[in-house]
Design a protein around this ligand. Sequence first.
Ligand SMILES: NC(=O)c1ccc[n+]([C@@H]2O[C@H](COP(=O)([O-])OP(=O)(O)OC[C@H]3O[C@@H](n4cnc5c(N)ncnc54)[C@H](O)[C@@H]3O)[C@@H](O)[C@H]2O)c1
Ligand SMILES: N[C@@H](CCC=O)C(=O)O
Length: 551
Amino acid sequence: MANTKASIAGSVRVPTPANEPVRDYAPGSPEAVRLRAEIDRIGGQVRELPHVINGERHFTGRQEAVVSPHEHARVLGHITLAEEKQVRAAVDASLAARHDWSMTPWWERAAIFLRAADLVTGKYRDELNATTMLGQSKTYHQAEVDAACELADFFRYNAHSAAAIYDQQPTSDPGQWNIMDHRGLEGFVLAITPFNFTAIAGNLPSTPALMGNTVVWKPSEKSALSSDVVMRVFEEAGLPPGVINLVHGDGQSVADQALASEHLAGVSFTGSTAVFRSLWKTTARHLDSYRAYPRLVGETGGKNAIVAHPSADPEALLVALVRSAFEYQGQKCSAASRAYIPRSLWSRIEDRFADTVAGLRVGDVAEHETFVGAVIDAASCTRLEQAITEAKSLDSHRLLVGGTVRRETGWFVDPTVFVTDDPTAFTMTREFFGPLLTVHVYEDGDWTNILSLADNTSAYALTCSIFATERAAVSEALSVLRDAAGMTYVNDKPTGALMGRQSFGGGRASGTNDKTGSPLALQRWVSGRYIKENMNPDLAWGYPYMGRTGS
Ligand SMILES: NC(=O)c1ccc[n+]([C@@H]2O[C@H](COP(=O)([O-])OP(=O)(O)OC[C@H]3O[C@@H](n4cnc5c(N)ncnc54)[C@H](O)[C@@H]3O)[C@@H](O)[C@H]2O)c1
Ligand SMILES: N[C@@H](CCC=O)C(=O)O
């Protein structure tokens, strides 16, 4: 049979990536008109969202409806929940595809994802944005920065970083040649992705695949509509069958079965801290049966703080509070959900901040005026309503704005702000993943204590923002909060990390801090093999001081 693998002579340079420019979607602009038409087209359909195993589509078994969070009567499609046989088939397909894929030249693997990037920003841009808006309730801007720009950035920057990894080679002494073979892991990788970012859903299975691994991908059932498009992008870009196998279904039952395989090589997870801990414990239980130690990569929850010094610029602080707490309904893991503000500054912004938040339009994301869509599902709505009710009942909490929940049409939670004099209250420690911000107003002289409090109050360490114009205050905060976040912003909001500029990840209960989209993250999916070749083998066994004795 002819050798079908391409071969090239020459060292390969991956194109230097640049961040995909964000389109504006101003009302009436051609791009907005096109996207609106796509929203109407997809909103009028009921799609079958099948498993894709070894390139084949399967749609049998118990079905679950996928609905629009801001219009929950609108059914957008159905998934079927994977049963044992489908999970087994996905694992088997991954293992069967592994050898060929891992032996495919890395630049060919990279070429597939570079092609995927162009499909994302070209042919599929509107469909990705529309499905993300309809299925995950993102506004025009929030869908664009996620499903078009960040997804393409992941593919382009990862390909570039892969080249840097493959370029790492050892030195060699005369008469020897040392080579590092950056292999994929032995076995398959299980990727489990969250609902809130289409880009993360696409990145988690594709990063291990880029590095020569094969993958079972379990997307969130709540982002199934956009994940289906991402899978089609992979296929159209040329990804061979079996390299990424998509199974929809209940997270726990898919994970329980996949994690029990002796061939599990790694877990690529983003989602809540509780689920990641459960995955870790399950792998620990199976440890004796694995052929190799699985790599566990997890980016999880946050309780992100904005800490303002009395010298902070009030306008910059106000804007950061509004955007980071309420963009995408506070459903970014990076969203600000607690703030520490000195009394002198708070008295200057309180009323304007309350008015601004009260004026944020909540509703259908296809309308340009909407700033806040719906939270993802009924359970999220209930969780937030319970937290709001509990906070309202506490003497230590004063409701500044919001506090209402409406369920008739969509799962709407109005942007809500509490002011508390109890900085250790549950609202300052627990992640609620919604448009709920709690502000602790401190006496101006308490700055140093407040920094320690912000550091120690929550178990998480994902993002934080420091607002100050005095350099000494910035330095002190950077020092005290050094372990309090993997992403620290000075005079900027704690959301919106940009590929190639700030790679995302946090420590403590927020994850393994592997910095998504950076060479560090790619490195986790590589298992090195050193090859030492001796050009001039020794022909004598004795040490020099013995006199070199031949055999
Ligand atoms: N740190 C980050 O980079 C980052 C990014 C995005 C989201 N998040 C976090 O994700 C959470 C919100 O996303 P979510 O609601 O989709 O999270 P989630 O943990 O509920 O679900 C994430 C994925 O895990 C699956 N799952 C649920 N229960 C499972 C179980 N018992 N076993 C195995 N899999 C299971 C889900 O089906 C989904 O695919 C928040 O906590 C947020 O902070 C973190
Ligand atoms: N990378 C995103 C957050 C991802 C989590 O949801 C940000 O920086 O805001």
